[in-house]
Design a protein around this ligand. Structure first.
Ligand SMILES: [Zn+2]
Ligand SMILES: [Zn+2]
Length: 316
């Protein structure tokens, strides 16, 4: 009987459920424990942070730092342009093939799949800074920054908020395997470093160094920069519009997140692809999206209506 309790297949089954984002792993968790932190997810996040210390083992080079910055900017764009402005707000249109490619690229940021991301973000917009908001700083700064998504009850996709995406089987499939693009990206970083060492030895890089800087360190920085929009951008900055929530416009956060820091603007008119409403509000994501439109990869970009722009003069 005792042996049956520690049966390894049980643990393997649980591990497989976690890896495949199988929500039935929560079935046996009593409702009063569902708001507690989910140990495997906490462990992965802590591990990524600890792994940053390996920069002291692999050292650094100018090439590794440039690649880390490139990896950060590229994946920040995937999050803001694809996960946020497309999958959450449908602020432009793409073909089904490009849509799936965008979903796969977004997964390289290690922020789960597009349906999970969009569903919780849509909940945020309908419940902003109320008791039901999944990540309002009113319920604690740390909760809004990162604890919220580490809780067991936030492991699930809020399906009723993403009914429009559930009809695409390829997107539902990707939600199970959201970690594959992330792992491939990490391997790609290592391979790139090894190839650079082979072809351009004077750069002083190698696979391990590029892996640590362009994958591990870059991912952790990307995590925190993304989280600031849920935490800092609902606390610090200017409130141009009376949006009945705490969203702020913050130029520094906008720089770090390629335009997402114009968060009060965004809460005023979430359907627009543009978040920096005026020319002096730098929104690099929007600029790149306009370029992609010219190249014919995306279409029907939704703009900010004149009435909303005119309101700005009367805002705080
Ligand atoms: Zn917000
Ligand atoms: Zn949004």
């Amino acid at each position: 009987m005792i042996l049956k309790k520690v049966e390894p297949t049980g643990y393997l089954r649980e591990f497989a459920k976690w890896i495949l984002n199988d929500e039935s792993r929560l079935d046996r968790v009593p409702s009063e424990k569902r708001t507690r932190l989910d140990p495997p997810r906490v462990a992965v996040l802590v591990l990524f942070h600890i792994a940053c210390l390996s920069v002291f083992i692999v050292g650094w080079s100018a090439a590794a730092l440039v690649l880390a910055l490139g990896s950060y900017l590229l994946r920040m764009f995937f999050i803001t342009a694809f996960y946020h402005r497309y999958f959450s707000h449908r602020s432009y249109r793409v073909s089904r093939g490009v849509q799936f490619l965008m979903a796969c690229l977004g997964c390289t940021a290690g922020q789960r799949g597009p349906l999970w991301w969009a569903s919780h973000h849509r909940v945020h917009h309908t419940t902003s800074d109320s008791d039901k908001d999944p990540h309002s700083p009113r319920q604690g700064f740390l909760n809004s920054h990162l604890l919220w998504f580490l809780r067991r009850n936030k492991f699930v996709i809020e399906r009723k908020y993403v009914k429009d995406w559930l009809r695409y089987p390829e997107l539902c499939w990707l939600e199970k395997f959201d970690w594959i693009p992330l792992v491939l990206f990490g391997l790609g970083c290592y391979l790139l470093g090894e190839l650079l060492a082979l072809w351009f030895p004077y750069l002083g890089v190698n696979g391990a160094q590029v892996f640590v800087w362009a994958f591990i360190v870059s991912t952790v920085l990307l995590y925190h920069a993304t989280y600031t929009i849920n935490s800092l951008a609902h606390k610090f900055g200017k409130m141009r519009y009376h949006t009945r929530d705490d969203s702020r416009n913050n130029w520094l956060l906008a720089l770090l997140t390629l335009g997402e820091g114009w968060h009060n603007n965004h809460h005023r008119y979430p359907a627009a692809a543009r978040q920096g409403f005026f020319w002096w509000e730098l929104d690099l994501t929007y600029i790149v999206l306009k370029t992609l439109e010219k190249l014919g990869l995306i279409s029907e970009i939704r703009e900010v209506p004149a009435v909303v722009l005119n309101e700005a003069g009367r805002g705080r």
